[in-house]
Design a protein around this ligand. Sequence first.
Ligand SMILES: Cc1cc2nc3c(=O)[nH]c(=O)nc-3n(C[C@H](O)[C@H](O)[C@H](O)COP(=O)(O)O)c2cc1C
Length: 400
Amino acid sequence: MTRMRFRRRTRFLSLNDYAPAARRLLPRALYAYLTSSAGEGRSLEENNAAFRRWSLMPRVLRGVAGRDTGVSLFGHRYAVPIGVAPFGAAAVIGFDADRAMARAARRANVPYLLSANSITPMEAVIAENPEAWFAAYFPSDRSVIEAMLARIGAAGFKVLVITVDVPVANPREGERRAHYTMPIRVTPRLALDMATHPRWLLGRFARTLAARGVPRISNITATPGPSIFSRRHGTVGGAEAFDWDTIREIRRGWSGRLVLKGVLSPEDATLAQECGVDGLVVSNHGARMIDSVVAPIQAIAAIRAACPDMMLLLDSGVRRSADIYKAMALGADAVLIGRPFFFSAILGGEAGLGEALSLIRAEFDRDMAYLGLRSCDEIGRHILVDRFAPGGQDPSNAVR
Ligand SMILES: Cc1cc2nc3c(=O)[nH]c(=O)nc-3n(C[C@H](O)[C@H](O)[C@H](O)COP(=O)(O)O)c2cc1C
């Protein structure tokens, strides 16, 4: 689908506009997979609400022509400090979504993280985007990890992210109510759900089957895994024995950059630093794992204080450019965005994600001007007003 066709048929003004369109397109079960959160949904609410603690303090008349939204991460200069979070099963839901997302991110020059829980072989994805990062779900089994490190390195990935916040799987209640399962079990109810969403069934899933065959989980182990309908599937979340010793071993065996995704505690951040980890994604997995968990925006400042020199990304609940400024003012180097980008890629493939990236990039650039900043290096605590602090002003005025 070309950018032109996608633009004519749709109208998205902000990242929040993608969910309703995706809801119309997708079978209930798949929409539930994308939107569900742990337990009562308190983490999900908090991911959004916690950003409201701060307001932004604009500055005027500072000459913001020629401002630069770029940021350097691990030696690469990206156009904006906004990356595409890893999305498991992307190419089951959107047509060729792993490749499409990799291409859109490359075109926009933003970080893209390929999930291990993906359908497209990692070698094909990195061919589309040589700067892609690989987001691994490693099982506890050391021999599988060793073989995977060799495969990821041979494919050419320079940044390895290990998602560490899923020691056990969480079958979310919203997914179960909507009859979503992985492996997919085609019950009469699921078949009806799919049949009553023909735009998705024919335009996405049938197209995938015709072009790529039955989807297989391709990147969890070093050899191609089982099909998404196979009962043998189920490795994600089977990492109960994975521990800091495993991270130390991985560090010894991986010469590229190493990032842990899903860290929220400053103590864990310090341990990661001691293990020689290069960066963290401060994340609660989009509120999908544990309920009533701390929101990353509440956790980031303490992690930055514990690890002043680490590369820190933040995700979970970032929807607006204001959220990005708040995250960066509190210590993040950049953010990742999940669901809105996933919806945009399902709806419009490469062009869809490209448009979503343009929207948030334009918002970020505009806000940079309103804040009187000329580059990301100028973002600091001084742009924040703490709504709960006496007098409102953030007590820490240090510019990073
Ligand atoms: C449908 C879905 C699939 C996801 N799959 C993965 C995955 O395979 N690996 C991973 O590290 N995180 C995964 N995540 C978490 C995201 O990478 C990211 O941390 C989260 O979506 C950020 O929150 P947001 O959706 O509020 O932006 C997934 C999230 C969703 C919604």
